[in-house]
Design a binder for this molecule. Structure first.
Ligand SMILES: Nc1ncnc2c1ncn2[C@@H]1O[C@H](COP(=O)(O)OP(=O)(O)O)[C@@H](O)[C@H]1O
Ligand SMILES: [Mg+2]
Length: 291
């Protein structure tokens, strides 16, 4: 097999995924997704529940087969060569479950036996820094500590690519910060590439340099964080700017705002507004929405 040198670590070409083709209702979980996640980046994959985030991430480790299109991890097709793709990816599934009755140390042992080259010293060192006792059973750790163990197991693989599916969902704000700090320093130190999903952007904006917004299985926005914010403006719904109207979306107090891709006019958008505006722009008309 040839590895494409210099190609993006995570790439998709027109990937679509439809669930339930034979029986019952069909769900289009991914629609024509084209992505190229550059090396060394930390990309936030943001979208509401059901947007297709987990389907995309599972696809990268060969647990879902695209209905059409192609995807690669470090140039490898994970569906055809699952073992090789997984060997290059540290994957932390949504609701990553540890074995409650095993200790942290036993989890490290297991990872080392399952994965050639697992860096037990690195994983152990990270957990020590966080004061997570290695002799404690996983079931007796807090949610934040369990998430840190999951991350340490993923980082111990020394994988080139980290795929983290809603790793922060069950953490309190302080635990989120600690988790992200560990992630950012690991990615910087190892030069790896991370894709992490969340249903809200606020948690992760400090840690990420790129943003992909997924809505209804479609890529709504794919840009650097700086460009995503810098290229958008907010106006009242009836104002007009020289630029493209992305959508009119409900703001906090029920009033409507308009999101524009424009260089001037109105006021600068913040990241929440950009994400919200793109999510609204991607919603199907009310008549086509499931109840
Ligand atoms: N194994 C499955 N079988 C059938 N439908 C599924 C399956 N997994 C996910 N879906 C559907 O695909 C859509 C995308 O799901 P998912 O990728 O889990 O979204 P997210 O992770 O963004 O919440 C949802 O409508 C979900 O109900
Ligand atoms: Mg999910």
């Amino acid at each position: 097999m040839t590895l494409a040198i210099g190609s993006p670590p995570l790439q998709t070409y027109a990937v679509s995924k439809t669930y339930g083709r034979r029986f019952g209702r069909r769900t289009k979980a991914l629609r024509n997704v084209d992505l190229a996640i550059p090396a060394g980046s930390i990309t936030a994959l943001v979208g509401p529940n059901g947007a297709g985030k987990s389907t995309l991430i599972r696809g990268f480790v060969g647990f879902e087969r695209p209905t059409s299109g192609r995807m690669t991890v470090m140039g490898i097709d994970p569906w055809r060569h699952r073992g090789e793709a997984i060997a290059r990816a540290g994957y932390v599934p949504q609701n990553a479950s540890l074995y409650r009755s095993l200790t942290v140390a036993q989890h490290l042992d297991m990872a080392a036996s399952l994965r050639r080259g697992f860096d037990r010293t690195l994983a152990r060192g990270r957990l020590r820094q966080l004061d997570i006792p290695l002799d404690r059973r996983a079931g007796e750790l807090s949610g934040g500590q369990q998430a840190q163990v999951g991350l340490a197991l993923a980082l111990g693989t020394r994988a080139e690519v980290l795929l983290l599916d809603e790793p922060l969902a069950s953490l309190d704000p302080l635990a989120r910060r600690e988790f992200l700090a560990v992630l950012v320093s690991a990615v910087r130190a190892d030069g790896s590439t991370a894709l992490l999903s969340s249903h809200v952007i606020t948690d992760i904006e400090s840690a990420c340099d790129r943003l992909v917004v997924l809505g209804g299985g479609r890529i709504m926005l794919d840009d650097t964080l700086a460009a995503a914010v810098g290229s958008h403006r907010i106006t009242a719904p009836d104002e007009r700017l020289a630029g493209d109207l992305i959508s009119t979306f409900p703001a906090r107090a029920g009033e409507l705002k308009a999101l524009w891709r424009a260089d001037e006019g109105g006021r600068p958008a913040n990241l929440d507004e950009v994400v919200l505006g793109y999510l609204v722009s991607g919603r199907p008309p009310r008549s086509e929405r499931p109840n």
